[in-house]
Design a protein around this ligand. Structure first.
Ligand code: P53
Length: 476
């Protein structure tokens, strides 16, 4: 066929902690997102030891979707959304993660939200864990390093699956589970796994143990979900940024391959149900002692995913660093600028063809349906005197990515479920906590300093994307 199928799921994506606000409403507990402040381009946000009286935490109120979702969904409906990806905040359902009974007010909130979407013919696409671990599980157990969290996550997922089994079909387990491959970043290991390292701890080993516990939790949840409703489609969620070799030097080519292996073995385990050999060899060489039980191995095998959800923002390039053996090669320690590409104001390199490459790479390697559940351009927007927002740069970014996406489907035969650009309504940046790093088709009047009326308005990209959806990708 020369076009996308009629069932193609056009929509948009968000995460509970980045837009809901209402951090203490309806009995919600404190999550890892509630103890992070605001950073800057190139500067990570700080993680504080609990909620401090004199700090500003942008996720606490976010854009107040908790109270305004009906009006916001009306705008998504106006754009013609077929689906809407969000997450269920774990701390609305189990405020500390450890209660024996779920919190009814939290469950009711998502019932109402999903009903509102379905009433508007918008299908909810739900992530179970999107950087929203109960903070109690960090202070009490040290995050996902502790196996105890496997059972607690399975309990949370079981509650959600049972309650929403007739409202939600598409699920994902852990958002961007592979961000933590960059274990030097305090932010990435904290948001993925609730890890806080002390000086001298082996960060890499701690990361691998946490990732393993999450992969087991994910597999158990996939199996359980299929038992609760065989029609469920349960995917993993991978942050995809292809790593290119900086030159044709075989050293650089091998460096890029190693970097890809280290970033994407997570998908191997989700899809195949076992660890690739290169990783077991690597752990042995490093002397890592990762606790993997025979039951874990059986669980991984029994809970392989139905599809691969992934985010795509940028690509990377690496150069072999002569002092570093291949084993230690990470995209961080040898990353170079790709001189063929431009970058956003936050240094993210813009590479639409990399999306076609990524779609083909996933297909060749895993032969599963794919779902682009995040893509987009974080940028400063300017509100004109007449209230309009002319975000032609955002339209350009999305248009070129959609073109490459359609080529991958139409010319390469990639099996693609849908496309949900990130932050379809402006929200709090995950990486920096800023409001002014905007992705939306819908502008929200709020800045980095908590000032603004929260009023919503339509950017130029709103009308553009509406036409893209109405024409099923023909009018770009
Ligand atoms: P922000 C790092 C690299 C790629 C995607 O990110 C990432 C991150 C973490 O910052 O996060 C995903 O808001 C994530 C979303 C996030 C979005 O990309 O830092 O799934 O929660 O908001 C964009 O610009």
């Amino acid at each position: 066929s020369n076009s996308l199928s009629k069932e193609f799921l056009w929509g948009g994506a968000v995460a509970a902690h980045q837009l809901e606000g209402g951090w203490q409403e309806g009995g919600k507990g404190i999550s890892v997102a509630d103890v992070m402040t605001v950073g800057k381009p190139g500067q990570e946000r700080a993680i504080t030891n609990g909620v401090m009286p004199d700090e500003y935490y942008p996720n606490h109120d976010a854009i107040d979707f908790y109270h305004r979702y009906k009006g916001d969904i009306a705008l998504l409906k106006e754009m013609g959304f077929k689906c809407f990806r969000t997450s269920i905040a774990w701390t609305r359902i189990y405020p500390t993660g450890e209660e024996s009974e779920p919190n009814e007010a939290g469950l009711k909130f998502y019932d109402d939200l999903f009903d509102e979407l379905l009433k508007n013919d918008i299908e909810p696409i739900i992530t179970l864990s999107h950087f929203e671990l109960p903070y109690n599980l960090v202070t009490k157990y040290g995050g996902f390093r502790n196996r105890k969290l496997i059972d607690l996550f399975v309990k949370f997922a079981a509650t959600c699956f049972t309650r929403y089994q007739n409202k939600v079909k598409y699920w994902m387990t852990f958002n961007e589970i592979n961000n933590q491959a960059n274990y030097d970043s305090d932010f990435l290991v904290f948001t993925n796994s609730g890890l806080r390292f002390k000086p001298g701890e082996n960060r890499e080993e701690g990361m691998y143990q946490s990732a393993h516990n999450e992969l087991v939790a994910s597999a158990r949840v996939v199996k359980l979900g299929h038992e609760i409703n065989p029609d469920f489609q349960i995917g993993c969620m991978i942050a995809m940024g292809p790593v290119y070799p900086a030159t044709m030097n075989p050293d650089d080519v091998l460096a890029a391959q190693k970097a890809m292996e280290k970033n994407y073995f997570f998908a191997d385990v989700h899809v195949n149900g076992f660890y690739p050999e290169f990783l077991k060899k690597y752990w042995a060489r490093k002397g890592f002692d990762i606790n993997i039980t025979p039951q874990d191995e059986a669980d991984l095998k029994a809970g392989t995913v139905d599809y691969i959800g992934f985010s795509y923002y940028m690509s990377h390039a690496v150069k072999k660093n002569s002092e570093t053996p291949f084993d230690d090669m990470t995209p961080q320690n040898s990353q170079v600028k790709n001189t063929y590409l431009e970058a956003s104001d936050w240094g993210w390199q813009i590479d639409p063809k990399g999306l076609r490459y990524a779609l083909n790479w996933f297909t060749d390697k895993y032969h599963l349906p794919l779902f682009i559940v995040e893509n987009g351009f974080g940028a400063y927007d300017k509100v004109e005197a007449d209230g309009k927002i002319h975000d032609s740069y955002r339209i350009d970014y999305l248009r070129e990515h959609i073109r490459q996406m359609i080529l991958a489907v139409v010319e390469d035969g990639v099996d693609l479920i849908g496309y949900t650009p990130w932050g379809c309504i402006d929200l709090v940046s995950a990486g920096t906590g800023e409001m002014d790093k905007r992705y939306g088709f819908i502008y929200v009047d709020k800045n980095n300093k908590n000032e603004g009326t929260l009023k919503r308005s339509k950017k130029d990209s709103f009308y553009w994307f509406k036409d893209v959806i109405a024409s099923n990708g023909e009018n770009l």
